[in-house]
Ligand binder design. Structure first.
Ligand code: CUA
Length: 344
């Protein structure tokens, strides 16, 4: 009974209502039909071996009722289900992304600030959390019953699920897809903390650089910068401000530079070529990078999208302190020239 009252995530009350509604409707219909069947079997039992029942053909009101009423009831259930499904499947825009890599037999969770956790996830209450998940080996499934969320975690493809915890506490995390010998031990805990405790926890972490910092190191370690110049004149596409944008592809069509696109471009570079670039220049990094490393590289590409190197350089010449000194010494037009050349 406690579980019916003390909800621990946003969607759990609605999820429970829906489930209850299904049980009530299906239970009522099921028992109703069974009772009617038993009643009719008794009421219309054969009393005389030669008895002939009166034949009724096309009794329209009854036929309309038994087609119309169930259709309305079950379509309503479907619509409610679809609404709930979209609520569960679509994370809100302000959701904080946490990357999850599943492997036999553990959950690796990475916060964008670089904090890593194994089989544990700390989140603040009231914040929408989007889990972006991939498997390093076989199919797993992330399952937090208290939050009413469950999603398969697949090799080779990102899947997502989101939740917003509403009550501080520790909630069991399971793997819900048989994935080998230690499947039953592949679990852990989600700790929902109130925001003050959470920020304390974050400060204790001592993360060794953000996810994007790790990505930047890998970017240089694997010599990506040799081709992906910031100048835009490299042999590979410029990655600045790429994340989330539409990309025109060789041979027509477009793609959106999201996580799935970037992952494919790193591991199977010839699958989709950016318009204006040649095929087979970039080697595949399949087998050389772990999923964690791919995620870090994507985080880096996302970060250079948010703050392109050039706009930072320009901005640093803009503040009011430097400007009056220049314009005092020189007439206004040349001050503009100075600013522009300084930005380069
Ligand atoms: Cu992983 Cu079962």
């Amino acid at each position: 009974m406690i579980h019916l009252i003390a909800f621990s995530s946003d969607i759990s009350p609605e999820y429970n209502h829906f489930f209850l509604l299904l049980v009530i409707i299906c239970g009522t219909v099921g028992t109703g039909i069974a009772a009617f069947l038993i009643y009719c079997a008794w009421r219309y039992r054969r009393r005389d071996p030669n008895e002939l029942p009166s034949q009724i053909a096309n009794y329209i009101p009854v036929e309309a009722a038994w087609i119309g009423i169930p259709a309305i009831v079950f379509i309503a259930m479907f619509v409610y289900g679809v609404k709930l499904y979209f609520d569960i499947e679509r994370p809100p825009d302000n959701a904080q992304v946490i990357y999850v890599v599943a492997k036999q037999w553990m959950w690796k969770l990475q916060h964008v600030d670089g904090t890593r956790e194994i089989n544990e996830l700390h989140v603040p209450v009231g914040q929408s959390i989007e889990l972006r998940m991939i498997s390093q080996d076989v199919i797993h499934s992330l399952y937090v019953p208290d939050f009413r969320i469950k999603q398969d975690v697949l090799p080779g493809r990102y899947t997502t699920i989101w939740f917003r915890a509403t009550r501080p506490g520790a909630y069991h995390l399971f793997c819900a897809e048989y994935c080998g010998t230690d499947h039953s031990h592949m679990g852990g805990w989600v700790y929902a903390m109130n925001p003050i405790d959470y920020s304390k926890w974050v400060r204790q972490g001592g993360a060794e650089g953000s996810l994007a910092d790790t990505g930047e190191k890998l970017f240089h370690q694997f010599a990506c910068a040799n081709c992906h110049h910031y100048s835009g004149h490299g042999r590979g596409p410029n990655l600045v401000e790429l994340y989330g944008r539409a990309v025109r592809l060789e041979g027509g069509g477009t793609g959106v530079a999201d996580d799935a696109y970037l992952r494919q471009s790193i591991l199977a570079p010839n699958a989709r070529i950016t318009e204006g670039f040649r095929r087979s220049i970039m080697p595949t990094f399949q087998g050389q990078l772990t999923e964690d490393q791919v995620i870090a590289l994507i985080a880096y590409i996302k970060a250079v999208g948010a703050r392109p190197a050039q706009s930072i350089a320009t901005e640093s010449y803009e503040p009011g302190t430097a400007k009056p000194a220049i314009s005092a010494a020189q007439p206004a037009p040349s001050a503009d020239v100075t600013k522009r050349s300084g930005g380069r």
